[in-house]
Design a protein around this ligand. Sequence first.
Ligand code: GZL
Length: 328
Amino acid sequence: MRDITRRTLLLAATAVAAAGLTAGAAFAQDLPPLEKKDTYKVGFAQTESNNPWRIAQTQSMQDEAKKLGYQLVYTDAAGSAAKQVADVNSMIAQGVDLIFLAPREEKPLIPAVMAAKKAGIPVILLDRNVDQALAKAGTDYVTFIGSDFIDEGKRVAEWLAKNANGKSKIIELEGTTGSSPANDRKKGFDEAIAAAGGFTILASQSGDFARDKGRQVAESLLQAHPDADIIYAHNDEMAMGAIAALEAAGKKPGTDVIVLSIDGGKEAVQAVVDGKINAVVECNPRFGPKAFETMAKYAAGEKIDAWVKNDDKFYDPSNAAAELANAY
Ligand code: GZL
């Protein structure tokens, strides 16, 4: 009797384990659905509110949620990836229907994405992506809505290659370390500028997408490399900081030193008009309409592409004045 019971228990335990694994494996493949409803409770986990781009993105999301009559659970991680993970977990605990997440950095937010999936809550990534080796659109989250950051960096480099007029020594101000825009704007620019030939990147350092940090880093790199005659900033805030650093050093931004940026906010486009920035690739922060449109398509059962790509304009002296009114 004892042998039968033991054997039976072992067989049962094996069957349960196999079922569990199968179920787990099957679950791993299933993206949580979104029920078609008249209204939703939606989470938006923002990275920080330290610059006009972030503020414009948040405003766009809040405006669209209000227009639709949806309840928006908004959190601001104040620049901390760890807090952003906690913010997502709190949204899960509140039982939101879907989470919009702008992952501050590519790797630390993976657990948050997986926790939402495990809880049966679909995630749509906005503006920044997660490490594609660790999480996949269509399996772990619905989609990534955002710009092609590699192409943004490439477009800056291609403009520079045509308009450098003999300048060739570059200081690069990188965005937030570990973030997809910083990684990819560097990759796109560095590869294209190397392919163009004749340029040297003297130094490349993070200014964390922030104005004052960008100014401080530009100041120290200009002191270390007084021969630098090009500054490529991964966003407008650091470009504006670099302009302040150049003027403090008695140099004319846009003339003595070429200044290049990405984002295309009003202040930067005005700086192009004023001749202090030479060219800017747009990265539009107005995600609201496309984000909620994509959510509605998902609820309706439509197939969503792994990447819903935003198109970016380009501003230089040829069009900045005419385009200024449209900049965010
Ligand atoms: C890009 C976005 C970046 C902006 C910065 O999609 O993540 O973050 O370029 C912002 O201005 O801080």
